[in-house]
Design a protein around this ligand. Structure first.
Ligand SMILES: [Zn+2]
Ligand SMILES: [Zn+2]
Length: 154
């Protein structure tokens, strides 16, 4: 029993900041199995150490950025489709239909305005998704900034 108390009272050094802590007060990171760290390197609500959480967030941001690029390309495609519709629509309205023979009896022309709604709605939808992703990236970057400060202020 005395041995156990002694062990808990035993001073160990935190591998991150080298400060002395009581063995019982330190925590071991379940991810990198390093430790015992002092409480300064713990993120509220997380079991991992600050370095591991930081690394995870970094990866998350990279993935989000990649998805963002894909979304942007898709938005460009929608813009292009909409532009095509606009050109057709204007052509139709200006009564240039005679010059565009193939459109004359096409069903597409009757519903052109309705079809044009699809890329617009799609654009809006994906723009909202993109906007949400951006705020998520900003949020994570903010978290990472706080963590970085936490790591630096040792
Ligand atoms: Zn420490
Ligand atoms: Zn860790």
């Amino acid at each position: 029993m005395a041995d156990k108390i002694e062990k808990q009272e035993e001073l160990v050094r935190c591998p991150l900041c080298n400060s002395y802590i009581r063995a019982a007060e330190g925590f071991t990171c379940p991810r990198c199995r390093k430790g015992p760290f002092c409480r300064k390197h713990r993120i509220t609500g997380r079991r991992e150490c600050v370095s591991c959480v930081f690394e995870q967030k970094h990866k998350e941001i990279l993935e989000l950025r990649q998805a963002e690029k894909g979304l942007k390309d898709f938005l460009k495609l929608l813009q292009f489709i909409f532009l095509l519709f606009a050109v057709f629509f204007i052509t139709m309205r200006l009564g240039l239909m005679d010059f565009v023979e193939f459109l004359k009896d096409s069903v597409v022309t009757d519903y052109l305005a309705y079809f044009a709604v699809i890329p617009v709605a799609g654009y809006l939808l994906f723009f909202i998704i993109l906007y949400n992703q951006r705020s998520r990236i900003k949020e994570i970057e903010g978290e990472m900034h706080t963590m970085e400060q936490k790591r630096m202020s040792l």
